[in-house]
Ligand binder design. Structure first.
Ligand code: BES
Ligand code: MN
Ligand code: ZN
Length: 504
């Protein structure tokens, strides 16, 4: 964890070995920076010019300032220039991410950051503060609990003092507080996702949801495999059949104090390991399949954040949890199952398991909560990852209003989405000769991500619904400085901002 202190003192009034400044192109050196140089007999303006640091996006420059005994560092991070509009706040996120990575690699335990002006990025002080806290913590995340070599561990706990103007202090502190709650959710989701499948099993993940519910006084129900079978959740039961571990269905409930408020259900795919089942995956595709519970991790950690941020809506978090493995008991291609809402499907490919467990979870949400909206998050298809790559989550919905809401939350959170088509023309792809549905699309329709979304649509009735396919964005996203190899927490920032901005 990073400890953040917000101060209205000038940076140099705070003793530190490292001072960070965020600069746009055509910057002019502030009096604080000038003074910092002066006290060390260095003309920082001249040094930056010499180093060709121009405040461009991606630029980062460390200037060492020597004393007799110690070295102090001034770090400058560029955010580029505004063209017509303000600079995209994503540039700020990346600059803060880059700075944090740099500091971590220098094994520094504290630094002072001078907050830039919020309006450069077209946001208010509260929002700048929120983003600062989120990104500082996201960039400092490192999955190292199984690394025993101390040299390979990074210092996890460090102090950041952020210097702001006196009149901004209260807003900034509030923004940091919210950002820290969000960052904790993101990093907790990442940690669960990064945990291998021998450590994080369906019962474990359900227990984590129970712990969170107890801690934050959320209602929770967890069904075990026997109950799931009895309830007629044939999809979840079929996927779990090949595994020696039990499946679970966890349902968390956050209730607002408002008397009249909409209810929104978040549903997350929780396959703790996806081997493909009898339709087994090639070894190279299986390597990272511990990530297949990323949707469930996003939903459970979002519930924890919302319990603290307290939006004015009711939120239900539903996570079907299972492994997908081959065995003598495993579901076979050609098997037909009946879901919780009574519909049936022929399982032609046991590797299309996500839609089977989601079908029951979605049906359960509709039947028991009659929600005003449902959003599901799932590492559902390789097809989506191929279509959009690692930077955009695919979103699928016939409800323009839902798309608008999610797109707005995507803009504020930085968790990027791209709308995919859901036209009825694709619907016949998942017809079956022998059941209501087939769990894979016929090959001539291609568009595997779209046909998967159409499969899910059969289980939401008339409820406004939007599906997020995070198969490309959940794990191993390259180049973004606030991510690392491994889990990204895709969906967490999105769901939290969606709930927080939900009105009516
Ligand atoms: N969990 C996978 C999808 C996935 C792929 C997630 C790559 C993350 C990275 C899903 O269960 C799956 O196997 N989907 C199949 C569906 C196919 C059999 C119709 C796929 O995408 O290949
Ligand atoms: Mn699969
Ligand atoms: Zn899967």
């Amino acid at each position: 964890m990073i400890t953040i202190t917000v101060s209205d003192k000038a940076p140099l009034k705070i003793k530190s070995r490292l001072y960070v400044f965020i600069l746009e192109e055509n910057f002019s050196i502030s009096s604080d920076v000038q003074e910092l140089g002066k006290t060390h007999g260095v003309d920082i303006k001249a040094v930056l010019k010499e180093m060709e640091f121009a405040g461009k996006a991606k630029q980062i420059q460390v200037v060492p300032l020597y004393d007799e005994k110690t070295v102090t560092y001034a770090v400058f991070a560029g955010v580029g220039k505004a063209d017509k509009k303000a600079i995209d706040i994503e540039q700020y996120r990346r600059a803060i991410g880059r700075v944090t990575r740099k500091v971590v690699s220098h094994k520094c335990e504290s630094f002072v950051l001078q907050a830039p002006q919020a309006q450069i990025f077209g946001v208010n002080v509260h929002e700048l503060a929120r983003q600062t806290a989120i990104i500082l913590n996201m960039a400092a995340y490192h999955f190292d609990e199984f690394i025993t070599d101390a040299d390979r561990k990074e210092c996890k706990v460090f102090d950041v003092t952020i210097c702001v103007k006196k009149q901004e202090l209260a807003d900034f502190q509030q923004g940091v507080h919210e950002g820290e709650i969000i960052a904790q959710a993101v990093n907790k989701a990442r940690h669960w996702i990064d945990l291998p499948a021998n450590c994080l099993t369906p019962p474990h993940l359900a227990d984590k949801a129970i712990d969170i519910a107890k801690k934050h006084k959320l209602d929770i129900t967890v069904f075990n495999e026997e109950q799931i079978n009895k309830m007629g959740m044939g999809g979840l039961a079929a996927v779990s059949r090949g595994s020696d571990l039990e499946c679970r269905l966890a349902i968390m409930e956050y209730k607002t104090k408002k008397k009249v408020a909409p209810t929104v259900a978040f549903v997350g795919k929780g396959i703790t390991f996806d081997s493909g089942g009898l339709s087994i995956k090639p070894a190279s595709n299986m390597e990272t399949m511990k990530e297949d519970m990323s949707g469930a991790a996003a939903v459970i950690t979002t519930m924890e954040a919302l319990a603290q941020l307290k939006p004015d809506i009711n939120v239900i978090g539903i996570t079907p949890l299972s492994e997908n493995l081959p065995s003598g008991k495993a579901t076979k291609p050609g098997d037909i199952v009946r879901f919780y809402n009574g519909k049936t499907a022929e399982i032609k490919n046991t590797d299309a398991e996500g839609r089977l467990i989601l079908a029951d979870a979605l049906s359960y949400a509709v039947k028991h909560y009659k929600p005003d909206a449902i959003i599901d998050v799932a590492t559902l298809t390789g097809s989506c990852a191929y279509a959009l790559g690692p930077f955009f989550t695919g979103i699928f919905s016939e409800h323009d209003e839902m798309v608008d809401r999610v797109t707005h939350a995507s803009k504020t959170s930085g968790d990027r989405v791209w709308r995919m088509p859901m036209d009825a023309d694709y619907r016949p792809a998942i017809k079956s000769e022998v059941a209501d549905l087939c769990n894979i699309g016929q090959s001539r329709y291609m568009a595997g991500a779209v046909t998967a979304a159409h499969f899910l649509q059969n289980f939401v009735g008339d409820t406004p619904w939007l599906h997020c396919d995070i198969a490309g964005t959940a794990f191993d996203v390259p180049d973004l400085p606030y991510y690392r190899p491994g889990a990204t927490g895709a969906g967490v920032r999105l769901l939290i901002d969606l709930a927080m901005s939900w009105k009516k």
